[in-house]
Design a binder for this molecule. Sequence first.
Ligand SMILES: [Cu+2]
Length: 452
Amino acid sequence: MRNWMNRKTGTALAAASVLALVIGLTGCDGNSGATTRGRSGEQTGEVRQFELITRSDTLNIGDGVTFEGFTFNGTMPGPQMIVNEGDTVEITVINEDSVTHGLSIHAANTQTSDHVGNIAPGETKTLTFTADYPGVYMYHCAPGGHGIMAHTMGGQFGMMVVEPQQKYRMEEELGREPDVKVYIVQHEVYADGRDFFDGKALYVMFNGETFRYVREPIQARPDDYVRFYYLNVGPNLTSTFHAVGGIWDDIYYGGNPENLMHGTQSVVTGPTDSWVIDWIVPDEGPFTLVSHAFGTQAIKGAVGVLDSREDNPRVATYNSEGRDTPPIEDPKRFVSPFGLGDENLDLPHRFREGDRMYIQMVGNSYWPKRAEVPVGSTVTWVNEDVFDMLEGELTGKHDVVVVRSDGNESFRSELLDHAETFSTTFTEPGEYEYICSIHPYMRGKITVVDDI
Ligand SMILES: [Cu+2]
């Protein structure tokens, strides 16, 4: 009976979707919504509204290190949005930045890019959908094309939870909600676009900081009913989330109550995969929470602690948002995947006479970002970004434009497609800082020296 009712509802709403599509094709400004089908639960009639503001930002990412990238509402991960299955969700995206942004929201069973993809500076767009499937979902920036990957790597992502109408098994059995709810987004930070392409993360984090919950452990008591909402946004690595000294009691792939498994040591979680984990804390003592991919993840920051003691205070919720604190003034390291960053990270590369001097454009960065070359050198830039379709912020096309120099060369390349090159020869000593004119946050530097 319930299935039949849902099919009926689906048909009626599918017709509405077709109507929305027609409006879209006839010059809609992107501010109207799409309606999706009710799949498993009934529609609640509730409307939940959220506002996401896109901007360029600088953040603290733990241990005296700052990060320069993009955010939603000033944090990485961005705001955590929680709705109920069957709710109508309305998300407004306001682009306060000088470059194009957008939104892809995986909780929506509809083409979100038609409504909130590719939002120009100063523009505001809104998406409306029904939360059809319960679970734990990723959202991320979606300016379009190559920019989607670059901005997601650059810090624009977060978690949306669609709470199910059908209770999770343990909650039903115990007749109560979890004592502690822990929302965790695992994510990677890259030093530059070359490392992003190669999957070589500099840091891997839970909720915006390396070792955040080692410094400030999650509090619980023995026999507490703890629920993890665990999402790996990646953007590259597959994690294996594990509690040292524990076995997960109930795990739900994607967080959907229909996807139940029992008694596992870990949950395998690729980029954008997620789980709901219901767990009874078996004992006193610290339980280390870890991605068990030790060398590529745990050792780089994907470790936390759940501290279980009889007299611990009760904290009902640990939120997945990054902390919104003003960036420290004198960080010991400044990570900027697209910009020049710090010399102790983005090491100046010394080319010597006779070397082939190539500088890649890759993942919206120059690599190496800093280069030293002897007088008389010919330097060649080559575009290694493959996704060169589309225009502006959306594309992986790049150029080289000098913005500051004390040398005698002045150059500006054509816009380069994938595998295209541009060369120039430096005849006198000097320093050259340059950018890509359509991705102006991409920065590089050439130092021409008399003698190396
Ligand atoms: Cu963006």
